[in-house]
Design a binder for this molecule. Structure first.
Ligand SMILES: Cc1cc2nc3c(=O)[nH]c(=O)nc-3n(C[C@H](O)[C@H](O)[C@H](O)COP(=O)(O)OP(=O)(O)OC[C@H]3O[C@@H](n4cnc5c(N)ncnc54)[C@H](O)[C@@H]3O)c2cc1C
Length: 476
């Protein structure tokens, strides 16, 4: 008899896990609260303009390729990936605009023109980083890399690097402070200090130069659409608009999931619901299987808020860069203007282009301010900050999202994107793909990885499914 798997959530992690199991003869049902697949990586339309809900850039193409290959998907059969050339610019309000181009040479020459010698130091930093990236890369494609794996791929040399924070790695590059700030921008936009962020974020710019940063035709949501179509073809059943209320357990073993009006029995459950898997979804029997210490650990993990977002229709300038970051000295003082029209001209409708304004909001500030404080923060940025409007001849704000709305629209654990990517979380361990406490329970998605990227979530779904297959003796 075919084994039954229920997957909670059709985010990227849930979708890749579903396909992998269906390809291995599992009978798979995905239960999803929303009316469609994709989770945070889904898209929507307003006034004929397409928007990605959350993600805007693909920074780890090898990770996505790895996951697609494991699912026997050739991405080029479905979409074209545009390599982004003028990737980003950082403006800290001074005269020092920093531009990071796809080309290492263009970027280094820009630094040299302003700070003679900085270009060469930048080239050296990038070359050293890419070597580290190549050694560490294969570890990402293992569920629980051990010491032997680290030795085998040569990453033992990088242990001191891994133990450091992003801030400490960037400071060794001896680059001008505005350049260091621009290289650490991925921590700023997550509302995090470079000293709390994990060192692998220092590798992003080198990956951008060597491998590229990408945007798929039709937006990042195309990735979820492809995964959904492949899952349907593989025989996966989807139950949309249905929430899992509880994961049923007996004798520390999963029995299925409870919905509002029925129970779905299952041999295995993969949860794409992140920390909520352990904090709210386990039934009383499952919950009792966790020690008090373990529950406190989940409760204490720092969370990452999705921040605020305004989806815009804009007229006028769609020149590179694709991403414009603006920094100020306030807490959560990073803003980002995203203009996909720079890359994909087909997104234009009657002279209007989609654009997006986002800003981080620390989880503690979002919690303390509640809906009112979150709305005030968003309104202040949208209504009072002039810099982002100056780029366009006309702007319409079509929709906004504050953290509590992200939470209710995407069933997010405490309105967060799950544990924030800190260097400490990276070292103490991600949420395991296979539950150490409940048999036949597995977890896929951003909670299982210290980074919150689409590609990591895709990889995580493969890992969770592979653990299932290994446990069932289907693969070693
Ligand atoms: C503003 C923003 C910007 C981002 N930018 C980028 C970027 O540029 N590049 C990048 O790579 N990544 C980016 N990300 C991160 C990326 O979008 C996420 O890491 C990724 O999409 C998360 O996938 P996931 O598999 O963890 O699942 P999620 O997207 O969290 O999906 C989980 C699904 O499970 C469903 N669900 C939860 N609980 C239940 C339940 N009880 N019953 C039924 N269904 C349930 C939810 O409705 C949801 O559909 C961004 C995210 C945000 C919010």
């Amino acid at each position: 008899m075919r084994r039954r798997a229920v997957i909670i959530g059709a985010g990227i992690g849930g979708l890749t896990a579903a396909i992998r199991l269906a390809h291995n003869d599992y009978e798979v049902t995905v239960v999803e609260s929303r009316p469609a697949a994709g989770g945070l990586a889904s898209g929507f339309e307003i006034d004929g303009l397409h928007f990605d809900a959350g993600p805007y850039i693909l920074l780890d193409r090898p990770g996505l390729d790895w996951a697609f290959q494991r699912l026997c998907i050739n991405p080029t059969d479905y979409f074209q990936l545009h390599r982004i050339s003028g990737v980003y610019q950082v403006d800290d309000g001074s005269a020092e605009l920093i531009s990071i181009d796809d080309s290492l040479e263009t970027t280094a020459e820009g630094f040299d023109a302003r700070w003679p010698g900085a270009g060469e130091r930048y080239r050296r930093f990038i070359n050293k980083s890419i070597a580290t990236y190549q050694r560490l890369q294969s570890l990402q494609w293992q569920s629980r890399p051990g010491l032997l794996d680290v030795i085998r791929c040569g990453a033992w040399r990088d242990v001191p690097f891994i133990l450091r924070s992003l801030g400490s790695v960037l400071n060794t590059a001896r680059l001008p402070p505005p350049v260091i700030q621009a290289l650490g921008i991925w921590s700023h936009v997550a509302g995090q200090s470079a000293n709390a962020a994990p060192s692998p974020l220092a590798l992003v710019t080198s990956v951008m130069h060597r491998i590229g940063a990408y945007y798929p035709t039709g937006g990042i949501a195309t990735i979820a659409k492809v995964l959904f179509d492949v899952a349907v073809k593989a025989g996966v059943e989807f139950r949309f608009g249905t929430s899992v209320q509880r994961i049923g357990c007996e004798n520390r073993t999963v029995t299925g999931v409870k919905l509002h009006t029925e129970t779905l029995p299952a041999d295995i459950v993969i949860s794409n619901a992140g920390l909520a898997t352990y904090t709210t979804l386990l039934d009383d029997v499952g919950h009792a299987a966790l020690t008090g210490r373990r529950r406190r650990y989940f409760d204490r993990l720092s969370l990452q808020s999705p921040g605020i977002c305004a989806y815009l229709a804009v007229r006028g300038q769609t020149e590179p860069p694709y991403l414009r970051f603006r920094l100020n000295d306030e807490p959560d003082g990073c803003r980002l203007l995203i203009t996909p029209g720079v890359i994909d001209k087909s997104l234009e409708r009657d002279g209007w282009h989609p654009a997006r304004l986002v800003a981080p909001m620390a989880q503690s500030r979002a919690d303390a301010g509640g809906e009112k404080g979150q709305r005030e923060f968003l309104n202040r940025i949208v209504e009072s900050e002039a810099w982002w409007r100056e780029t366009f001849s006309d702007v319409r704000v079509l929709r906004t999202r504050i953290p509590c709305e992200w939470g209710s629209h995407f069933s997010l654990h405490r309105n967060s994107m799950n544990p924030v990517m800190t260097s400490r979380f990276m070292l103490t361990g991600r949420i395991a793909h296979q539950s150490p406490w409940i048999r036949n329970l597995y977890v896929a998605g951003s909670a299982t990885h210290p980074g919150q990227w689409v590609s990591f979530c895709a990889v995580s779904g493969i890992h969770a499914a592979d653990r299932v297959l290994t446990d069932a003796g289907i693969q070693s």
